[in-house]
Design a protein around this ligand. Structure first.
Ligand code: HEC
Length: 119
């Protein structure tokens, strides 16, 4: 009896941990509606990252589209930060944000990767 109760308790948890539902891609329009909740970040974002990261033709991963960001996010935040600061393929060094500090960059990446709400 105890075992059964335990199994019932654990099952929903296991279902939760074993692979989330696949994320739906965002359209460029949906992506362009998003903005960081912090006003200073929102300004930095609108003045740089947004120009590419809400435009499909730029080949940049669309802001908020976890169907494309999750694999990048899996590399780890430090790897993403280094790529953003040094540049990578079509991604210009610093993302054309000349007043962004490394902390700003980190917060911007978090927001763009759809992880703003996570700790
Ligand atoms: C001129 C266009 C452009 C601008 C402006 C831009 N990006 Fe990008 N970004 C790209 C492209 C293109 C890629 C895809 C590069 C690739 O092929 O991996 C990219 C990729 C990235 C990646 C993923 C790197 C990886 O290793 O997967 C991060 C993080 C990123 N950008 C952050 C930013 C941030 C933060 C800003 C604003 C401060 C910004 N970008 C501004 C074009 C841009």
């Amino acid at each position: 009896m105890r075992k059964l109760a335990l199994a019932i308790l654990i099952l929903p948890l296991a279902a939760c941990g074993s692979g989330e539902a696949p994320r739906k891609p965002l359209t460029a329009e949906q992506s362009a509606m998003l903005s960081p909740s912090d006003p200073k970040l929102a300004e930095l974002y609108a003045g740089s990252c947004k120009a590419c990261h809400t435009v499909k033709d730029s080949l940049a991963p669309l802001t908020g589209d976890r169907s494309v960001w999750d694999a990048r996010w899996a590399q780890g935040e430090d790897v993403l930060l280094a790529a953003a600061i040094q540049g990578k393929k079509g991604m210009p060094a610093g993302g054309q944000c000349f007043s962004c500090t490394p902390d700003d960059m980190k917060a911007l990446i978090r927001f763009m990767a759809g992880r703003e709400d996570e700790q």
